[in-house]
Design a protein around this ligand. Sequence first.
Ligand SMILES: NC(=O)c1ccc[n+]([C@@H]2O[C@H](COP(=O)([O-])OP(=O)(O)OC[C@H]3O[C@@H](n4cnc5c(N)ncnc54)[C@H](O)[C@@H]3O)[C@@H](O)[C@H]2O)c1
Length: 280
Amino acid sequence: MGFVLPLPEILPPIYIGVRMTCERNRRWGYIMDLSNKVAIVTGSARGIGRAIALKLAEVGADIVVNDIPSAAEALENTAGEIRALKRKALAVTADVSSAPDVARLIDTAAKEMGRIDILVNNAGVTRDQLLMRMTDEEWDTVLNIDLKSAFLCTRAVLRHMMKQRWGRIVSIASVVGIMGNAGQANYAAAKAGIIGLTKSIAKEVGSRGITANAIAPGFIETKMTEQLDEKQRQALTQRIPLGSIGTPGDVAEAVAFLVSEEARYITGQVLGVDGGMGLG
Ligand SMILES: NC(=O)c1ccc[n+]([C@@H]2O[C@H](COP(=O)([O-])OP(=O)(O)OC[C@H]3O[C@@H](n4cnc5c(N)ncnc54)[C@H](O)[C@@H]3O)[C@@H](O)[C@H]2O)c1
């Protein structure tokens, strides 16, 4: 969403200042400026979460990155990339489906960073199976990590946001939460739950200057989707009006807008980032 004038490579001096301004705008966000804001992004060791963390840092925010302990090394890499953008980064390993872990994550974030302005509920997993064969464990794992985590993290950050009378909550749902998908009843239920949760939060805390929105990505190129074979990919791509698979960066751009000051009057919405896939 940055704004860059298409300037030639060899520039007369008068254009250099213009170009520097444009470069700065591109790097720090022409519209969006999250300077002095602190964002927590769950599940940000890789994939969409990592892209969101880096994008928010690029437009000025300091970031708390989070993932499970087994992803600690990748999480430190994300934190390092944020520091390279000259923003503060704090890496906290925690399982966001566990209430004690979430309490530790949010308390550490508030203590070390001084404030919490933005929460992005991104952590998620799949355990695909036809409903008749789905185990209790497959159901519980997905509901806990993809839905309960958003409840736990949101409840914990609201205390901080209410005091500030400013906050932004964005939760990553899925086109599947709107349309359903054979073999993904657990995942679709969790993502539909994210949408209901988001709308309810929006109604509860709107008067405190806090917005809550959901993003429903379609088919995005990450580890989560890499197990699909070529035939499945082609079949899926055919259902996308824009004709290609999305990137984590496509989702990150939408998040950056929804957490910005400019999105102050948008709450309780579900934004599809799916190349039109959700149109059916
Ligand atoms: N990739 C897609 O096509 C797609 C489409 C729609 C929605 N989404 C959603 O986007 C989000 C990110 O997915 P992705 O594609 O980047 O997947 P990914 O598997 O690459 O990344 C998910 C991250 O979440 C972390 N995580 C898992 N359980 C966790 C827990 N209990 N606590 C903390 N972190 C945990 C993982 O370790 C991983 O780093 C998920 O909520 C997913 O459901 C993805």
